[in-house]
Design a protein around this ligand. Structure first.
Ligand SMILES: [Ca+2]
Ligand SMILES: [Ca+2]
Length: 365
């Protein structure tokens, strides 16, 4: 702005004027302070308060606008009152770990515009399973947190809503669910457990194992096998440690026991067979088991090993051994003990059938 003084003169004086003088008039520099509640759960509101300073004249009643890349506001502008106002911000996805909320004042003829940003951290819901593997029917406790309050939580297993009570929610603050899952009928391998509040969800994994538990009597002994296999349906592989024990059938005294680590790549087979012998103490018998992968079922037979010739595999040579001694009766020259798989004193079709059933079974000693 230029200011200039004029004298119009009178009867005695001519008029005159001053040089013009430049006066700079700056608009007031406004400044916004922005504070948003953080951290919050996705879908749960964060109140953002702003206060403007440095501004003068006609600021109250003017509007502050808000923005964020994701999420919504209860209103995208608020009207200043006593140089302050607030909005509520709602992030919509917990997949977004944080959001930057920006408040902007456009300024007016007295004040320059200004803006400010605030970081809102969005908490990630979490869940913890009390057990990560087991059998169908296992009761698993689900605990977690940072889900939304005042909503029903739902649990799903492989995408199917579980037909059991939904978790209770904590009406004060963020939810800390505490509920029980009864693992439904499902095939061996890894399954997905998900908990959701309608906006946020989080998943964990539960592995169904194949559980082996069998015992049989054989030649005055009682033998048992136990343990479980984890199944990797991606690599088509199962692995586990099995415990074998043989006791005197009358006294119960332990005769032999051992742990056997078993790892089998089953490829495209739907059935897995293996045989484990009580090599300790020279007992020529053991368990031979077969399992179906999809169903997780198993059956184990206690007998002399189907690897009749002891070369580490069950194949045509073992069938040939049985065939050679076929009909041999205990005590006769045509009888060999290792060919009488079921121990009934005669080598016949039943022994042949055992070798045939476990043909190509993986042999562990
Ligand atoms: Ca063999
Ligand atoms: Ca026999």
């Amino acid at each position: 702005m230029f200011i200039e003084a004029f004298y119009s003169g009178d009867a005695n004086n001519t008029g005159s004027s001053s040089n013009s003088t430049l006066i700079n008039i700056n608009t007031q520099q406004s400044s916004i302070g922005l504070v948003c509640a953080s951290p919050i759960s996705a879908g749960f509101g964060s109140t953002c308060n702003i206060a403007i300073s440095g501004a003068f004249g006609r600021v109250d009643g003017e509007r502050i606008s808000f923005s964020a890349d994701l999420g919504t506001f209860d209103k995208t502008t608020c009207s200043l009152s006593s140089s302050a106002c607030s909005v509520d911000y709602y992030p919509t996805s917990a997949a977004d770990f944080f959001e930057i909320v920006t408040a902007t004042y456009g300024g007016d003829s007295n004040n320059t515009g200004s803006s400010a940003s605030a970081l809102v951290i969005i908490t990630q819901p979490y869940m913890i399973l009390s057990s990560r593997s087991g059998e169908v029917g296992t009761i698993v406790t689900v605990t977690g947190g940072d889900l939304l309050p005042s909503q029903s939580l739902t649990l799903t297993y492989d995408g199917l809503t579980l037909g059991q009570p939904t978790c209770a929610t904590d009406s004060s603050g963020l939810v800390s669910p505490d509920c029980a899952v009864i693992v439904p009928s499902s095939s061996p391998g890894v399954h997905t457990v998900t908990i959701s509040d309608g906006t946020n969800s989080v998943s964990s994994f539960f592995a169904i194992n194949i559980v082996i538990d069998a015992s049989n009597d054989f030649a005055g002994l009682r033998a048992s096998i136990g343990g479980n296999f984890t199944v990797d349906t991606g690599l088509n592989q199962l692995a586990g440690i099995l415990f074998l024990e043989a006791n005197n059938d009358t006294t119960g005294a332990s005769i032999s026991s051992k742990n056997v680590a078993v790892s089998i790549a089953y490829g495209t087979s739907t059935r897995v067979a293996f045989t484990l012998g009580f090599a300790d103490g020279g007992y020529g018998f053991g368990f031979s088991c077969e399992m179906t992968i999809a169903g997780g079922s198993f059956q184990c037979l206690l007998s002399r090993g189907p690897d009749v010739n002891g070369d580490g595999s069950v194949n045509i040579l073992d069938l040939a051994q049985i065939a050679y001694y076929f009909g041999g009766v205990q005590g006769s020259p045509g009888y060999i003990q290792q060919g009488d798989l079921n121990g009934d004193g005669v080598i016949n079709i039943q022994d042949l059938a055992i070798v045939a059933f476990f043909f190509k079974a993986q042999v562990y000693s």
